[in-house]
Write a protein that binds this ligand. Structure first.
Ligand code: 13P
Length: 251
């Protein structure tokens, strides 16, 4: 059985004070991590508050990015080693906003995945197509290619413990959710890609999230699909009540 994993991605929002207020509001209201893993991915400046909170509460913590070297002269980058030492559980990598605005390549993302494992954390690896690619019928091949490149040289054990997030770019922040059938179809392609690269056992263990305008009103329907094990949620994760509704969704 794959444990559902619902992750908020705050993107470049919330300062440490706002983070503290959010955490106060969700305190004592999260499901046990054996039932649903609740995760928040926050800006680096807010991570200290999250890791302190997670010592007493069933919250898993994620950085939104990191560099692929452990330390050194890389001004402005975030060290995966330092994140690990702070107690972070996950790092989101390959988000479409990082690919689009910061020109991150599949090769960068693969190097980051290796750095995250080297530092005893787990990656949440994003993939997804543009509207043009979807309309040209290229979605499945594109997503399979992104996953194949991101996982290059990772061991079966590493991949089995990874989280893969399918986020169609046209559904991010647009209010336009992929239908649950569209989301399921591509999440299935992601799982099949892992099965081809590794084996059915690894594919059966890896957790796959859908992201793109997920909200309390559609989470249960998305989670009912066979290959969807969780959500990666931007806008609807910012408000504590909405986040609590997401992680406490009734399947
Ligand atoms: P929205 O939920 O705001 O569409 O964002 C999705 C996303 O990019 C999560 O990583």
């Amino acid at each position: 059985m794959r444990t559902p994993i619902i992750a908020g991605n705050w993107k470049m929002n919330k300062n440490p004070q706002e983070t503290q207020a959010f955490l106060e509001a969700i305190k004592g209201k999260l499901p046990e991590t054996s039932v649903v893993e609740s995760v928040i991915a926050a800006p680096a400046i807010d991570l200290n508050a999250l890791t302190w909170f997670s010592k007493d509460e069933p919250l898993k913590t994620a950085a939104e990015n990191c560099y692929f070297e452990d330390e050194g002269a890389f001004t402005g980058e975030t060290s995966p080693k330092a994140l690990s030492e702070m107690g972070l559980d996950y790092v989101v990598i390959g988000h479409s906003e990082r690919r689009q605005y910061f020109k991150e390549t599949d090769e960068d993302i693969n190097k980051k995945a290796k750095a995250i494992f080297r530092n005893n954390m787990l990656p949440i690896i994003c993939c997804g197509e543009t509207l043009e690619q979807r309309e040209a019928g290229e979605t499945n091949a594109w997503v399979a290619g992104q996953i194949t490149n991101a996982l290059k040289d990772l061991t079966a054990e590493q991949v089995a413990s990874s989280v893969l997030a399918y986020e169609p770019i046209w559904a991010i922040g647009t209010g336009k959710t992929a239908s649950s059938d569209q989301a399921q179809e591509v999440c299935h392609v992601v799982r099949e890609t892992v099965a081809k690269l590794y084996n059915d056992e690894v594919a059966g263990k890896v957790r796959i999230q859908y992201g793109g305008s997920v909200k309390p009103a559609n989470i249960a329907e998305l989670m009912s699909k066979e290959d969807i094990d969780g959500g990666l949620v931007g806008g609807a994760s910012m408000d504590p009540e909405s986040f609590l509704q997401l992680v406490n969704f009734k399947g």
